[in-house]
Design a protein around this ligand. Structure first.
Ligand SMILES: [Zn+2]
Length: 237
């Protein structure tokens, strides 16, 4: 059986699918992956993105942080692609139980997905550091410089910066979903970043599918490896 046929058959048979996605899911919507060589990093900034997007940097150089943030992480103009849309459909049909994502762009929710574990947070949620008031992404991206609350406090995106810990509830929810699913689709991630590689080890079933453009270190653990674009595969289910 051809690989895509095999994939389709498993999706048809399964009623408890979990999708685990990385940056590759969003690059097909045009959002650059700042970890890749041709991604976000360019000479315009004096520091690498990993340093700018760190907690220390946010606290010390909030101005500079927001310059980069406004410039590079404004996801509002992007739309969900066929993969986001098909996943939301699978959830609606009762076949998919959860999406676990490393992305912070909110595109799964925009496509209609409800149960999404955002390991690294979301640019769509922002809170005043002083009074905890909520602000949406439109407010953050339309403000000049450092966005301020009506109380005068600085607003911080609910995004997990480098040096910051992941949310315990999100992690345990993701682990629970992965440990109990009948099919796990891991896509658009090279699995080099923790906790991604650690999380998929909780899967106990026999339908682990890895979809990535290039080979990953976890290919030998998978029951099916497809090296293709996500859009190409999800447009066929
Ligand atoms: Zn405030």
């Amino acid at each position: 059986m051809d690989k895509i046929e095999q994939f389709k058959k498993w999706v048809q048979e399964s009623n408890d699918i979990v999708f685990f996605g990385g940056a590759g899911v969003s690059t097909e919507s045009g959002i650059p992956d700042f970890r890749s060589k041709d991604g976000l990093y360019n000479q315009k900034y004096d520091y690498p993105p990993e340093e700018i997007l760190s907690h220390t940097f946010f606290v010390k150089y909030t101005d500079e942080f927001y310059k980069f943030y406004h410039d590079k992480l404004n996801c509002l103009e992007y739309e969900p692609n066929i993969t986001h849309i098909k996943l939301a459909e699978l959830e609606k049909r009762g076949k998919l139980k959860a999406v676990v994502t490393q992305n912070i762009d909110g595109l799964h929710q925009k496509a209609g997905s409800k149960n999404v574990y955002e390991l690294h947070g979301s640019v769509l949620r922002n809170y005043c550091m002083k009074c905890n008031k909520f602000y949406d992404a439109e407010y953050i991206f339309s403000s000049d410089g450092v966005p301020k609350c009506s109380c005068g406090g600085i607003i911080k995106p609910d995004v997990v910066l480098y040096e910051e810990g992941l949310d315990d509830n999100v992690i345990s929810g993701a682990i629970n979903a992965i440990a109990n699913c009948d099919m796990l689709i891991v896509a658009g991630t090279s699995l080099t970043v923790q906790p991604a590689s650690g999380l998929i080890r909780f899967y106990r079933g026999k339908k682990l599918v890895l979809i990535n453009r290039d080979a990953t270190a976890y290919d030998s653990f998978a029951n099916l490896v497809i090296n293709d674009s996500l859009g190409n595969i999800f447009s066929k289910i």
